[in-house]
Design a protein around this ligand. Structure first.
Ligand SMILES: Nc1ncnc2c1ncn2[C@@H]1O[C@H](COP(=O)(O)OP(=O)(O)OP(=O)(O)O)[C@@H](O)[C@H]1O
Ligand SMILES: [Mg+2]
Length: 113
């Protein structure tokens, strides 16, 4: 099992979610986050003073998927979240030790299907 953590533009969330559902990957966790990438955030002038290092608002999507579904999940995110512009976001991938469905105690790949 793998954990896919994607940080995307908020405007892309609906398309990414719809794409994941269509790819039979319906289980996701979503949270609003703030962050900066290579461009170190942005600056704004407030009452004549420059305020640097303002963090961009992004959305983080977490999907725990089977090894088999990993590439499909990544491709859905790439297809639906990319504009080809700086700030499109980033995907991090982690190994997952186990998963447990609380309703019935089912473990592993069966718990995330
Ligand atoms: N190395 C990182 N560690 C933690 N969070 C990151 C990292 N890189 C990017 N992020 C998060 O992802 C968001 C989007 O990153 P972003 O797309 O700007 O990456 P980038 O490397 O600057 O690429 P680009 O040059 O295309 O903008 C950031 O606002 C931040 O929240
Ligand atoms: Mg950037």
């Amino acid at each position: 099992m793998k954990k896919v953590e994607a940080i995307i533009r908020p405007s892309k969330l609906k398309a990414v979610q719809a794409g994941l559902v269509a790819a039979d990957i319906p289980c996701i966790t979503v949270m609003p986050v703030k962050g900066a990438g290579l461009q170190k955030g942005y600056a704004e002038v407030y009452r004549g003073t420059e305020v640097p290092l303002i963090l961009h608002s992004k959305i983080m999507i977490i999907c725990v998927v089977s090894d088999e579904n990993l590439e499909k999940c990544i491709n859905v995110i790439l297809d639906n979240a990319s504009e080809g512009n700086i700030g499109d976001g980033k995907i991090f991938i982690y190994d997952v030790l186990d998963a447990v469905r609380i309703r019935n105690g089912v473990r592993g790949n069966d718990a995330i299907r």
